[in-house]
Every structure is written in C-alpha cells, then in structure tokens.
Design a protein around this ligand. Structure first.
Ligand code: TXA
Ligand code: MG
Length: 316
C-alpha cells in the first residue's frame, strides 16, 4: 500500500515493520536499526544474503557521530560538503551498531539522505533507519513508489514522488589518509576530488568483500541487456525479434529492426539521464522486449556512474 501518512509509517516502524521509504537516490526498505527482528525482516524481504551489510540513514551529523567510534577529518569535510545528500561513508562503528547491520564487520555505512519526507520521518523517530535499496536482490532499483509496490505488494510505502537523483549514493571508505571509492554513485569522483584531492578507485577490486553494489551482476532487467558505444553495429548480429535501444540523447538511426527507441536525456544532460535510467529499464522490461541495447555514455562525471550500472546490468 502506498501512503502519504507520515504518522502511520512512523507507527509501523516503531512496531518493528519494514516499510518502503523515498530518498533522493532510490527508494529504500527501511527498519529500526535497534530492532533485531526488523533488521532480519529486511534481509528476508529482499532475499539478500546476510553477508551483505546495510546502510544506516541518519537525521544529523550529531546522530551519525553516536554510531561511529572515529570520524576522520576527510570524512568530516565530505559530510559537511555533501550531507544531506547522496554520499555514504564507511566508518569504524560504535557499540550502538549490531553485527547484523554490518555483516560482522567493524565498519558501518552511514548517510544523511536529502529528501523532505524521509528527513521529517527521521526527525520524528528516536532511532536511525537501516535501508538497502527496495528491490529484490540483483534486480532493477526503484525510483518511484509504484516500482516498490510492484516488487513488494505486502509492505507499506511512503509516497515521495520520483527520486531526484535516480541512482544510488556514492560510497567511500577511509584507509589511513586515503579516501577510497567503493561504489560509483550520484556524486561524481570529480566532485569528491574537489574537496579531498585524489582518491583511490577500488570499485572493481576483486579482492574486496563482494558487496551487492559491487558484485559483477546487479541492477538487472529480466530480459537480456548489452551496452555499446555503437548500438547500431550490434544490431546486425542480433537474433531477438523484439529489440529496444536505450539512447543517451538522440536516436542516431531509426532501424526497422528496432521495436522501441527510448531516450534518456534529449538535452544530453548526465543528471537527467541518471534520474531516468532505472525507470527506463522498468518500462522497457514491462514492454516485453527480448533485448535492450544501451548506448554507452561518455565516461566522466555521472556518465561513469551510469555506465557502471549498465555494465553490471549487462553482466552474465
Ligand atoms: O542511495 C543509496 O545508497 C540507497 C538508498 C536507499 O539510501 N541504498 C542502497 O543500499 O543503495 P544497498 O544496500 O542497495 O547498497 C549498499 C551498499 C552495498 O553494496 C553494501 O555492501 C555496502 O553498501 N556496504 C554497507 N555497509 C558496508 C560496510 N561496512 N563496508 C563496505 N560496504 C558496505
Ligand atoms: Mg541496492
């Protein structure tokens, strides 16, 4: 059920229920971080292995400080610059954080989201919310309440409109004095480097604990998907009957072999393309196409984040 009733949703969370919540990035499946059973329900609802840790959503820097044992200077600078906003910081946890949330690790993922509905909700609660994205394990992330309801008709979902960023938060960890990128997201590497200088990119490091946002296959539609700088070159080899091309800014050639041409941003704007990306995949999946060919974007700023998601959606 989709609702705009904040006090109902507050009540559900206080009773230990899992609810769908809007954020500026994607919708989340939220529960009280201090309620062990509610946290277990997040994992069972999503079908997520309990070895994959959750992000904790806070209402303030003050609340964040209670959940960590150490806030490095660079993390403080980044939080001051980007919170509330789509930046998740991996920090050493305090005793308030349970092992279920961190999957037994000594670190916790924290972010302060930037969406009025969830900020009001967090303000009204006396606990932070743990929330992964509200999609079944490895499926397309949800960017509106209806996407969440399609996946999880049994839960209550707080209405919050279409997500403004439309792509997950950027995840950073701290290794001595180094800032390490673990997941591309709505804040680009370029924006982060303006604040803390050069950072290390470990988004494809195989040696790391394999978290879902970093696992090779993720964010996937049920049909086949391929990504290419030249979608039309791919067409000649294609066997499928019903093919869609997901273009960045314009249809380069309209071929009779293509059932649907879908454009992410007619003005060629990365932000608009990111905001439309998951909804485009949901729509194309629903249309019953057998193959989606995605045009690869220029690989800088948010183009890099969008390419990352399509590459993982295409992974076998
Ligand atoms: O934008 C977002 O970040 C959304 C909204 C709902 O806030 N949330 C989200 O959560 O994308 P999820 O669970 O789908 O992805 C969280 C990522 C996973 O890759 C997880 O493994 C990683 O964060 N993560 C969480 N805690 C971690 C930790 N202690 N160390 C390393 N990675 C961690
Ligand atoms: Mg996710």
């Amino acid at each position: 059920m989709i609702t705009s009733d904040l006090s109902f949703v507050k009540d559900q969370l206080e009773k230990g229920e899992v609810v769908g919540i809007p954020t500026e990035t994607v919708y989340g499946l939220a529960a009280n971080i201090y309620d062990e059973q509610a946290i277990a329900k997040i994992f069972s609802t999503k079908g997520r292995p309990n070895t994959n840790p959750l992000i904790v959503h806070v209402k303030s820097m003050e609340q964040a400080r209670t959940l960590v044992s150490y806030f490095p200077l660079k993390a403080t600078l980044l939080a001051e610059r980007f919170w509330p906003g789509p930046l998740t910081l991996i920090l050493l946890k305090s005793d308030l954080i349970s092992d279920a949330i961190t999957a037994q690790q000594s670190t916790v993922a924290i972010r302060m989201p930037n969406h009025s509905a969830i900020l009001h909700l967090l303000e009204s609660l006396d606990f932070p919310l743990a929330a992964p994205s509200a999609n079944p394990y490895n499926r397309i992330s949800p960017t509106c309440a209806a996407h969440v309801e399609d996946y999880f008709p049994q839960i209550s979902i707080l209405e919050g409109g279409n997500c403004e960023a439309g792509v997950e938060s950027t995840i950073l960890s701290f290794d001595g004095d180094e800032v390490v990128l673990l997941r591309h997201g709505a804040i680009s590497i370029e924006q982060i480097e303006e604040v803390v200088g050069r950072i290390l990119d470990r988004t494809s490091s195989e040696s790391l604990h394999l978290a879902p946002g970093r696992s090779k296959k993720h964010y996937s539609p049920l049909c086949e998907l391929i990504i290419s700088y030249e979608p039309l070159f791919m067409l000649s080899a294609v066997q499928q009957k019903k093919v869609a091309i997901l273009w960045f800014k314009e249809v380069k050639i309209d071929s009779p072999k293509v059932a649907i041409n879908h454009i992410l941003s007619p003005s060629g704007n990365f932000k608009e393309a990111a905001a439309n990306m998951y909804d485009a995949l949901h729509q194309l999946e629903k249309s019953g196409v057998e193959l989606i060919i995605v045009e690869r974007l220029p690989n800088y700023n948010l183009g890099r984040t969008i390419n990352d998601r399509f590459e993982r959606a295409a992974a076998k």
